[in-house]
Design a protein around this ligand. Structure first.
Ligand SMILES: [Zn+2]
Length: 563
């Protein structure tokens, strides 16, 4: 692993003036050896220590070492296009998959991947993928979440579902199925309380409710629909086998009472089906014939769902389980995030510290990242550990090609360069794509530079360079103009640093940046930044990628994407 990290650290250092950026390495390392994903923390430590070592070397030394260790990296390698693996038994034009969000929370990275696996396989085999809102919990489900999910899925992820289904629209059907089961003696009304039921299920013992005739059960079911019972007073249970080895099959509850108002149907219904019941039937109603789900779901519940479908003579879909996506470091549970918001510990569902799709979108994560991730991890049977660094590594590669460059500076100080000539600086919007055009700046003798750069600039006997503008020295507490061209700097024996700057000018663009820790910092940017449009992503040179979130009163408000 050391050698792997070392070669990329050297490559990065050689490319960027002798200083490797640890943030840029993780993606390369994982790209070459994806199995290391499960050792993220170790890798990060290794990277930090190797970068330190590399950055302390002289540039010639770095180049020499890289030539010896991995000469091929001196030329950028073309990335191979990855494709989805084949799905066993999937037929062209026939496959129907589904994306089943419960609209009770905002979607996060894990949901995006789960939906995309189903969507991308349907696309691969020219089939269909149904978007199905599982909205049968009146206490949790809201229209706000449905709207947000639709926005994330369609507008952000770019998914085009073949149809959109709301499970609560099928309530009358669920009641018909329930009544069929009661009549056939395959379901019964149970009046045991929760603890008693759990205890008996655990022990494999039947309760007396199980012995009632279909006629009595039917009467009680009707009473339940007529609001004659309280919440928690009774449930409808499937009569399967109280001694089943698979405990999920020990007469599970399929309907319960909940008097909460439903976002769509108000108080029309108060007897609601439970997950396995409606989920099993919905696969049939939606014509789903292939289910791709994470192996957290397990086989015991699949067995129950298959059993439910068999009761009605419905065909079971094929199922393929894959290793779960484990999102490191970040709170992803809807309930936990809601608590953080209520306590005021995060700003909202799109707080930049979260990995909700709302947050990732505002930070400037491109939709292609999710598609690439699926192509990479696909149906791996083992758990995939993901965190923001993995997402950032792919995103960086995409944005590096796409985004225009600008100078944006934070925490600046003004300097004066004696004898500096007036200059019209012309910089490409993208260093590898001159067709995109240029940005220009008129400079005189006063500049803004960052406080960090100022420290380095104040080293005597070194020739520093203001990027594409001029070379300067620091002498007797003053900055003095030296020369203009890059070669003079390049061939200097006492080469200092190339730095970013802004001319002191009234045309500078005032900015704010929402950082990844949710602090907001003030910044200034070059005049041409005014051409950036809301939702554009830019690369603030030698600082970070940024997404323009809004423009308010002439101020450009960016969000920090990543380094
Ligand atoms: Zn009972």
């Amino acid at each position: 692993m050391k050698e792997l990290v070392l070669k990329y650290a050297l490559q990065n250092a050689v490319k960027f003036n002798g200083k490797a950026d640890p943030g840029a390495l993780i993606g390369k390392v994982l790209g070459e050896n994806p199995e290391l994903k499960n050792k993220l923390n170790e890798i990060k430590k290794e990277i930090m220590s190797i970068v330190e070592e590399v950055n302390s070397m002289k540039p010639e030394e770095q180049l020499k070492k890289l030539q010896k260790l991995a000469p091929e990296l001196l030329e950028e390698k073309k990335v191979e296009k990855k494709e989805l693996k084949e799905l066993p038994g999937a037929e062209i034009g026939k496959i129907v998959t589904r994306m089943p969000p419960e609209p009770s929370k905002y979607l996060h990275l894990g949901h995006a991947l789960t939906f995309l696996i189903n969507y991308m396989y349907a696309e691969k085999y020219q089939g269909k993928c149904v978007l199905r809102f599982e909205d049968c919990n009146p206490e949790k489900v809201t229209q706000e979440f449905i709207d947000a999910d639709l926005d994330d899925i369609q507008n952000y992820l770019g998914i085009k579902p073949s149809s959109i289904v709301y499970v609560s629209d099928h309530m009358d059907k669920f009641y018909e199925y329930a009544e069929q089961l009661i009549t056939e003696g395959k379901a019964y009304m149970c009046f045991c309380d929760r603890e008693k039921m759990q205890d008996l299920r655990h022990k494999g013992k039947e309760c007396d409710c199980r012995k009632k005739t279909p006629k009595i059960n039917k009467q009680e079911w009707e009473n339940m629909l007529k609001k004659k019972y309280q919440e928690g007073e009774c449930t409808l249970r499937l009569k399967i086998d109280m001694k089943a080895t698979n405990q999920v099959l020990r007469d599970p509850v399929i309907f319960r009472i909940n008097y909460a108002k439903h976002y769509k149907y108000g108080n029309k219904y108060h007897v609601w089906p439970l997950y396995d019941f409606y989920n099993a039937i919905e696969e049939h109603l939606c014509g789903v014939n292939y289910v791709l789900r994470s192996n957290e779901f397990g086989t015991m519940r699949t067995e129950l769902q298959n059993h439910i479908r068999e009761l009605f003579g419905m065909k079971n879909p094929k199922e393929k389980q894959y290793g779960r996506f484990n999102i490191n470091d970040k709170t992803t549970q809807g309930r936990e995030v809601r608590e953080l918001i209520e306590k005021g510990e995060v700003n909202g569902w799109d707080d930049p510290r979260l990995v909700t799709l709302k947050a990732l979108k505002r930070r400037g994560i491109e939709r292609e990242v999710y598609y690439e991730l699926i192509k990479e991890v696909g149906l791996t049977p083992t758990q995939t550990n993901l965190d923001f660094t993995v997402v950032a590594a792919i995103n960086r590669r995409i944005l590096d090609k796409k985004s225009n460059r600008y100078f944006v500076l934070v925490n600046t100080e003004k300097i004066k360069v004696d004898n500096a000539p007036k200059r019209k600086v012309k910089l490409p919007l993208h260093p590898e794509d001159e067709k995109r055009g240029y940005r220009t700046m008129d400079t005189e003798s006063e500049f803004y530079i960052t406080k960090e750069d100022l420290k380095e600039l104040k080293t005597e006997n070194k020739l520093h360079r203001l990027m594409d503008c001029m070379n300067l020295e620091y002498k007797n507490d003053k900055f003095v103009y030296h020369s203009q061209d890059h070669d003079t700097y390049k061939n200097s024996k006492n080469k200092g640093k190339i730095i970013n700057y802004l001319p002191v000018s009234k045309d500078l663009v005032k900015c704010t940046i929402m950082m990844d820790d949710a602090t907001v910092v003030e910044a200034i940017a070059e005049p041409d930044t005014k051409n950036v449009k809301v939702d554009d992503k830019i690369q603030a040179e030698r600082f970070a990628f940024l997404r323009l979130d809004s423009i308010t009163k002439g101020k450009y408000n960016f969000w920090f994407t990543h380094k």
